[in-house]
Write a protein that binds this ligand. Structure first.
Ligand SMILES: *[C@@H]1O[C@H](CO)[C@@H](O)[C@H](O)[C@H]1NC(C)=O
Ligand SMILES: [Cu+2]
Length: 232
């Protein structure tokens, strides 16, 4: 068998064709703290490069901000059944390595989560913002993020959306790392979650949490973009 050394461009093209890139993606969702299977309950993005960036990054009116490029429909994605109050975990292919907040949102599907494109109202159930207790910002940069379905929300099918907003490069446009899981919530309550926001619409280029320079000495507080976190 004969081997040749491919050029850098050929290697890059081969990696791109395999969907391998230097970026991270939230690729699995499972009950409890389990790791789960890649893209079983998470919609598969088609940009092969998790951040919604480049031309799209400045377009805060893009519907791709809902569930990433290619995530508008369920395709072969399955829907994970969880009880209200249950823990769930999103796992990445590699740990988040850009500073910035990680947030989880939900939006109730009119019918099946698999048929829903996320055009309805979204509410936020979790923020991981910076911890300033050491005197400087410490971000939660993990390969998995665990949270709970709020106990009081109505039963039904939902999109469960996780977002890493990468603000590591002040002056440049932040990058969005987004995935949507599909869940069926059972045993829920009667509380209508609020506040809600539309995506796109929830994020503005003027948001202090969008324009923040995390490297200045006076970076001592931070407001995560989007609506306030809903709690029962
Ligand atoms: C999403 O679904 C809604 C309701 O069915 C539809 O009006 C809208 O055109 C769809 N697409 C986008 C990008 O919002
Ligand atoms: Cu990056």
């Amino acid at each position: 068998m004969k081997f040749s050394l491919p050029g850098v461009a050929a290697v890059a093209a081969a990696l791109a064709a395999q969907g391998v890139s230097g970026h991270y993606i939230f690729q699995s969702l499972a009950a409890g703290s389990a790791k789960g299977t890649a893209f079983e309950y998470v919609r598969r993005n088609t940009n092969h490069n998790s951040p919604v960036t480049g031309d799209r990054s400045t377009d805060l009116s893009s519907p791709d901000l809902r569930c990433n490029v290619g995530g508008a429909t369920g395709g072969s994605t399955k829907t994970l059944t969880l009880n209200a109050g249950d823990a769930f975990t999103f796992t990445l292919d590699q740990a988040v390595y850009h500073q910035g907040p990680v947030s989880i949102y939900m939006s109730k599907a009119p019918g099946a989560a698999a048929d829903y494109n996320g055009s309805g109202p979204w509410f936020k159930i979790k923020d991981w913002g910076p911890d300033f207790s050491s005197g400087q910002a410490v971000w939660t940069m993990s390969d998995r993020y665990t949270s709970n379905i709020p106990r009081c929300i109505p039963s039904g099918e939902y999109l469960l959306r996780i977002q890493s907003l990468a603000i590591h490069n002040p002056g440049a446009t932040p990058q969005w790392y987004i995935s949507c899981g599909q869940v069926k919530v059972q045993g829920g309550g009667n509380t209508t979650p609020s506040p809600t926001a539309s995506i796109p619409g929830a994020f503005r280029a003027s948001d202090p949490g969008y324009t923040a320079n995390i490297y200045t000495p006076d970076f001592k507080s931070y407001t995560v973009p989007g609506p306030a976190v809903f709690a029962c």
